[in-house]
Design a protein around this ligand. Structure first.
Ligand code: SF4
Length: 126
């Protein structure tokens, strides 16, 4: 049985890898290279598990934000929408649940995902 100390070290390594992947993915998304960004998102197990249902759902459904660079809504730094605006933007999106689940797994550094505003991987309080 692994020790608690070993578990904690492993958790820290996973978090660091996830953070590095998120930073790389964010830069690639900002550069308009979403396909490459996806490779980095897949570096994390949680994101890997969550991206599959999102991709499958996107194959059959049109996201409300389809004209954005990816299945999320970007905004200029410091100009994030309010929580209510984010909710309204995504309300009725057929992939909302999958998008929200993916965002929880990926902890995106920026953007509106699944009706929530994310800044530095955290949702903003309503
Ligand atoms: S839930 Fe919102 S951010 Fe996600 S795909 Fe739909 S419209 Fe885009």
């Amino acid at each position: 049985m692994p020790s608690r100390q070993g578990d904690t070290r492993k958790e820290r390594q996973v978090l660091q890898a996830r953070q590095r992947a998120a930073e790389k993915a964010d830069k690639l998304i900002r550069d308009g290279k979403d396909e490459n960004a996806l490779k980095y998102l897949l570096l994390t197990k949680r994101a890997e598990r969550a991206v599959d249902p999102l991709q499958k759902k996107l194959a059959d459904n049109k996201a409300l934000c389809e004209d954005n660079p990816g299945p999320y809504i970007d905004y200029a730094e410091g100009q994030e929408p309010s929580a209510d605006e984010a909710y309204r933007l995504c309300r009725g999106c057929p992939v909302l649940l999958e998008c929200a689940r993916f965002a929880i797994a990926y902890a995106p550094p920026v953007g509106v995902w699944g009706g929530e505003v994310y800044i530095d991987g955290k949702t903003q309080d309503k």
